[in-house]
Design a binder for this molecule. Structure first.
Ligand code: SAM
Ligand code: SF4
Length: 460
């Protein structure tokens, strides 16, 4: 059993009473970068004392820096279709929402969308769709991934396509793998079975277990990187974080590798959905930050993804706490980047800054923007990636690769002030992270020089 409801409820109840010294011990253990237990995570999720909360946030920052350095991966979602046969009461795409303008992008329209993203400087896409595909089967999905990879603009192309679509059968996952996807991502929405039944009232998605077992089928079908997550707001967030950890540990134990990423989307108002305006669980900003920090401590090597559902201020705060990937300049409707900027969105976006503006803020916060796709393209995925991440090597690969892809962005897309600021950050980071006489420092200098002279797509 992946999720034991009674165990989770019991653990949360027990964690309500804890001493300050117990918390200090847990935080001390977390600094060893080996994770914390379910019971310890529950204690931290229950913290309210300002000083202890601060200690928690500082520990999360320590863990994030020790493993990931200051790099932040950037990506954009690409919604190819908003047609859906399910009835998730929090989502504007649900089939009974007759007010929504429905559309599935044609392959030509997908090319237009990808071109618009390339023109901004994006290199990584998360492809998203409702559950209903033109033509009936999954061919539309496979074709769309191929179109994304094949689109070229000015010598640039998308280097990694991650996918967030409804759960598939094992043979379908095998087909999806052949499309060369990066991560297969799927949110359980809520791990609480009774709540799940109340919020998913029609369509294939009613089946809680088929969704929960999706990552087993994906991994068995050979997809190496999977991404999980709850949709915060549907049920008690403390329960959801513990359940996400249980899911994560279960995958790790069963397949020798946990999820590549955990996302923590928070519910946003969606057109025609009363529930989305008044969700079951309303998190304070501190609650949300606690969720990020506890995940960082409990599964230190798993990437944490934050979307533009969060405000710029919250996104900046979470960079410090262990988030390792953020989306930027997102649109959540088919056509949103090019041929239809208005209609058919899934929910309201909170951060509508351009990619350049997001990057500017990331640099001001002394984080290194990254468009790196090196590991995936060198086959360092699944267990190989985790084996490399665990001894801390992620820093010595991810950070230089981040610098190379950021330098490309600065050369090809950045306005002059950002270019100056960006290179200053690259220089100071290279100096701080690697001794000047080390081979890696020399390699970084050589590659940066090559990029300035026009070379592209350098990674190792
Ligand atoms: N249709 C597929 C599914 O439901 O798994 C995949 C794509 S769906 C568009 C992507 C995710 O959007 C869902 O898994 C859900 O967590 C999220 N979502 C739906 N309604 C939302 C809302 N009102 N606010 C924030 N996120 C929402
Ligand atoms: Fe459809 Fe996914 Fe929205 Fe549910 S969350 S209505 S399955 S698009």
């Amino acid at each position: 059993m992946i999720i034991d409801d009674e165990k989770l409820q019991r653990t949360l109840e027990k964690a309500k009473s804890h001493s300050d010294s117990e918390v200090t011990e847990i935080l001390k253990k977390a600094r060893e970068l080996k994770g914390i237990s379910l019971e310890e995570a529950a204690v931290l999720l229950n913290l309210t004392d300002k000083k202890l909360l601060n200690d928690l946030f500082n520990t999360a920052k320590y863990v994030k820096e020790a493993i990931y350095g200051n790099r932040i991966v950037l990506f954009a979602p690409l919604y190819i279709s908003n047609i859906c046969t399910n009835e998730c009461i929090y989502c504007a795409f649900r089939r009974s929402n007759t007010h929504l303008k429905r559309h599935a992008s044609t392959q030509d329209e997908i090319r237009q969308e990808v071109t618009a993203l390339l023109q901004q400087g994006h290199k990584r896409i998360l492809m998203v769709a409702g559950e209903a595909y033109p033509g009936g089967g999954l061919q539309y999905v496979y074709d769309s991934i191929k179109t994304i990879y094949d689109t070229r603009w000015n010598g640039q192309n998308i280097r990694r396509v991650n996918v967030n679509i409804a759960p598939l059968t094992e043979p379908e996952f095998e087909q999806l793998k052949k499309c060369n996807i990066g991560t297969y991502q799927l949110f359980q929405e809520t791990y609480h079975k009774e709540t799940y039944a109340k919020l998913h009232i029609a369509g294939a998605k009613k089946d809680y277990q088929f969704r929960l077992d999706a990552m087993d089928r994906a991994l068995q079908a050979g997809i190496n990187d999977v991404g999980i997550g709850p949709l915060l707001g549907l049920y008690d967030h403390k329960y959801e974080i513990l359940a996400t950890l249980e899911h994560s540990w279960y995958l790790d134990k069963t397949y020798g590798v946990g999820p590549h990423t955990i996302s923590i989307p928070r519910i946003e108002p969606a057109e025609g959905s009363d529930f989305s305006q008044h969700p079951n669980d309303v998190l304070t900003d501190d609650d949300f930050k606690k969720c990020v920090a506890v995940l960082r401590l409990a599964v230190p090597y798993t990437g944490i993804i934050l979307s533009t559902r969060e405000s710029p201020a919250m996104r900046n705060a979470c960079l410090e706490l262990g988030v390792s990937q953020i989306s930027a300049a997102s649109r959540v409707n088919p056509g949103g980047y090019s041929y239809d900027k208005q209609n058919g969105s899934q929910f309201t976006l909170t951060d509508d800054r351009s990619l350049a503006e997001v990057i500017d803020a990331v640099v001001d916060a002394k984080h290194m923007p990254s468009f790196c796709t090196g590991c995936y393209r060198l086959g360092r995925v699944g267990k190989d990636f985790m084996d490399m991440a665990k001894p801390g090597l992620i820093k010595t690969h991810c950070l230089p690769n981040a610098m190379f892809t950021f330098a490309e962005y600065l050369e090809d897309f950045a306005p002059a002030p950002l270019k100056a600021k960006g290179y200053a950050l690259i220089d100071s980071t290279a100096k701080d992270a690697f001794p000047q006489d080390s081979p890696i420092h020399k390699m970084i200098e050589d590659n940066l020089k090559a990029i300035k002279e026009g070379k592209r797509d350098l990674y190792f």
